[in-house]
Design a protein around this ligand. Sequence first.
Ligand SMILES: Cc1cc2nc3c(=O)[nH]c(=O)nc-3n(C[C@H](O)[C@H](O)[C@H](O)COP(=O)(O)OP(=O)(O)OC[C@H]3O[C@@H](n4cnc5c(N)ncnc54)[C@H](O)[C@@H]3O)c2cc1C
Length: 472
Amino acid sequence: MHSTEKIYDLAIVGAGIAGMVCAVRASQLGLSVLVLEKSKADKYMCNTRLTSGVFHCALQSPSKASQVLSEKIQTDTDGFADQDLGSTIAKHSLESIRWLQSLGVRFIKGSQHYYEYILSPPTLFHQNQNWMNKGGDLLLTNLEKQLTAFSGQLLRDRQVMHIERSSKDEFHLTCKTSQDLQILVRANNVVLADGGFQSNTDLLAQGISRHPEKVFQRNARASMGDGMQMALQLGACVNTYEGFYGHLLSRDAFTNEHLWPNPWLDAIASAGLLLNEHGERFANEGLGGIFLANQVAKLDNPLGAYALADETIWHERGNLNMQGPNPKLIDAGATVYQSDRLEDLAQRAGMDATRLVNTVSEYNTQLQNKALGTLQPERTEDKSPAYPIVTSPFYLFPVCAGVTYTMGGILTNANAQVLQADHSPMSGLFAVGACTGGLEGGRKTGYVGGLIKSTVMGLQAAQFISEQRHAP
Ligand SMILES: Cc1cc2nc3c(=O)[nH]c(=O)nc-3n(C[C@H](O)[C@H](O)[C@H](O)COP(=O)(O)OP(=O)(O)OC[C@H]3O[C@@H](n4cnc5c(N)ncnc54)[C@H](O)[C@@H]3O)c2cc1C
């Protein structure tokens, strides 16, 4: 095995936004930094490169007061988010964007209230290779340039396979190259930033879906949970059952490249109905598309779900935001059943027509009676008003769950230090970005924001490591 002579202050596993922000900031602060990225490609595929680029904090603009953001994190996660993590993200959201701007990263403002900081040029609606030279792609190019300017280094084709603590102050990281060479890297501190475990079907099967192959990979397919598994070997505490950030997509996304990562059917299902293959409701549509995507993944048949809308929903909610399906879904050739009669829709989808008609009728009645809470499962209006399904034509969309990143993962404190089983911090080991848990998830699958948590916590880790390094 080839071994590096140098002992780095900091080795970082993964070169997405979380790892690269941490790397650039740590180099700025005078630390010697090496980033290890498993992909060999110049434009290595990762979620950061595919991102839509909206920097928000629990779907609020980061410019809002930190107290407001902090409370919104707690409300959206139904109190699940660790208080310290939540308030740290809230407090440093805007500052982290200002730091990116100081490096020349450009943002634009969009139409929604929380679209105040979108990476420029925007990638809000894109498929296939359209990420190239857009926000996430340019961000990574910029961060790598900055890293080099501050004498840090990013090495591609280095998959970190194993980490061991060789002494109190030193870690040994074993990397594998595409030529099957093994390289040993030595560092005083390690930051795990490998992006989550969404593309590891064995790990997804442990709580997210019994049929992970029927959950669509709405992501770069680069994150297999290596960081989490290495952290576990070192004695870390993890939570893996907190669901995922993702959306409802057309089921045709499995075979039609034009149907992912957008458009989503979230707004349709959460204003109308989400049904299983028998024509029955199975989830509270009012909790929104991210929650619903998680419920679809949990079905016995995750490829048997449908979103039902009427003409009013399709027109009023279908193009509510840039990722909406009207008319993009149709233009991209997705399957849509459309008819003036619900019975026809049921027949075309192979559903029991009587059950579908009964489901819709019961829902319409309870909506009219203002008694949605009596439905089984109950229906709330947290994320969307409930619309009656009355105006023809009616639309039935075969949907699937698209997983973007897992919300569970390595537990850390607000300095990004990895926690041990007794929740005390482990010295020298850190985790940032989508491989971490403890912030997002809970009963309502609360989403805080992949970009903001990666940026804030990347900066936090760098700052803390630098202070430790320079402490007398
Ligand atoms: C289509 C899409 C749209 C999105 N839109 C938004 C949005 O608008 N707003 C928002 O907040 N979030 C959004 N997100 C989520 C956000 O982009 C991610 O949460 C964020 O980019 C994650 O950054 P990361 O650095 O943690 O992981 P990644 O960017 O996924 O980087 C992880 C890196 O680690 C590498 N790696 C993995 N294992 C190893 C190993 N063993 N050794 C070395 N390297 C390894 C991978 O190859 C990868 O390059 C979106 C994501 C997608 C896919």
